[in-house]
Design a protein around this ligand. Structure first.
Ligand code: TRP
Ligand code: SF4
Length: 334
């Protein structure tokens, strides 16, 4: 029986943080046993917003690869690769660009929103508008059936489906329509209580040292109603508690919630308790990361082997594209 294909990518924005981990990477790891997975570092996508400042993309790429491997992405099970090393992504994006109506791209809700939010950058570029076209190429090159997405990526995947339908309509059924795979995305607040995000500078790295975890947790905002130690708290409005839900065993979570509500525990003790549990969980990842960091050659070899597998899969797809379109795009022989 052939397994369904899952594909996802992550931008190289530096070390993976706990928000990335719980929102995406953990799901990627868990999907490996039931699907044929293709995961990549989306370095071309990084250019859509960082074209003027490329100096950090290279090191962020290798950090991303190391973090994915340390998190449990297994190159024996999944194809792990770097987008730019598979030139067919760019080639198929050109083809899709030809059939994608401008209106579809302009109507993506996040398009205007992001231009507003990232005002310091000039995002009035062709590449930024065409981001969903490149994303469609990423997905279809591997004939992916499922794309694990958060709610924010839903509209992009909708466009991908429309582009696929349009392509299949013109040239024949070459690609399956990719479906969203709704995976768990637990709440992960940052140290300042906003959503954990690189752009808010409130992250905890997956590979943070025991001391860094301690400093970050001690700095976290707790339930603002607990001005004094004797004031009862509410775990549901405290942004430390979601971390207990991620890192503490269930019986301990219950105790935390009860003792918080009755003021039987103070926030400092609660934080120390959490720090112990987080460090226990994060230690194996840190160790794997340290081992990999000590062997950069090995990491490069693993990535190159993944790139090679991806190029092979991609060139097979491009042959189908060529013959469906009756063209000489790569793979088609004149
Ligand atoms: N959009 C994702 C991000 O910004 C990365 C990405 C690029 C992706 N291409 C994709 C995700 C294809 C899923 C499918 O991090
Ligand atoms: Fe949050 Fe714990 Fe303090 Fe309650 S006791 S407010 S859960 S840090």
């Amino acid at each position: 029986m052939t397994r369904k294909i899952v594909l996802s990518g992550i931008r190289p924005t530096g070390r993976i943080h706990l928000g990335n981990y719980w929102g995406a990477v953990k799901n990627w790891v868990d999907l490996q046993d039931a699907y044929d997975c293709r995961y990549f570092i989306a370095d071309l996508h990084a250019l859509t917003t960082s074209y003027a400042e490329t100096s950090s993309i290279r090191s962020a790429t290798m950090d991303g690869v190391v973090d994915l491997l340390a998190s449990g992405i297994d190159p024996e099970k999944s194809v792990l690769f770097l987008q730019s090393q598979v030139p067919q992504h760019a080639e198929l994006a050109v083809v899709f660009g030809m059939i994608t109506p401008l209106g579809w791209l302009e109507r993506v809700p996040t398009y205007k929103e992001q231009i507003e939010q990232l005002r310091e950058k000039d995002l009035g570029t062709y590449g930024f508008l065409g981001y969903p076209v490149l994303m469609t190429a990423d997905i279809t090159l591997y004939r992916a059936n499922f794309v694990p997405v958060g709610k924010d990526q839903e509209s992009h995947l909708e466009i991908s489906r429309e582009i696929v339908r349009r392509f299949n309509g013109f040239y024949g059924e070459v690609f399956p329509e990719p479906q969203a795979l709704y995976t768990p995305s637990p709440k992960v607040p940052g140290i300042d209580a906003r959503k954990m995000s690189k752009s808010y500078d409130n992250t905890i790295a997956l590979s943070a040292s025991a001391d860094e975890v301690k400093t970050a947790v001690m700095a976290m905002v707790t339930d603002p109603k607990r001005a004094r130690r004797a004031d009862p708290g509410d775990p549901d409005t405290c942004n430390l508690y979601p971390f207990h839900q991620l890192y503490s065993p269930e019986d301990e979570q219950k105790t935390v919630a009860e003792e918080c509500r009755t003021a039987a525990r103070g926030c400092v003790d609660c934080k120390k308790h959490l720090i112990r549990n987080m460090n226990t969980a994060l230690e194996p990842v840190r160790e794997r990361r340290a081992t990999l960091e000590a062997k950069p050659e090995l990491v490069r070899e693993v990535l190159e082997a993944g790139n090679e597998k991806a190029r092979k899969l991609a060139s097979e797809t491009m042959e189908s594209v060529s013959s469906a379109m009756g063209l000489y795009v790569s793979g088609g022989k004149p």
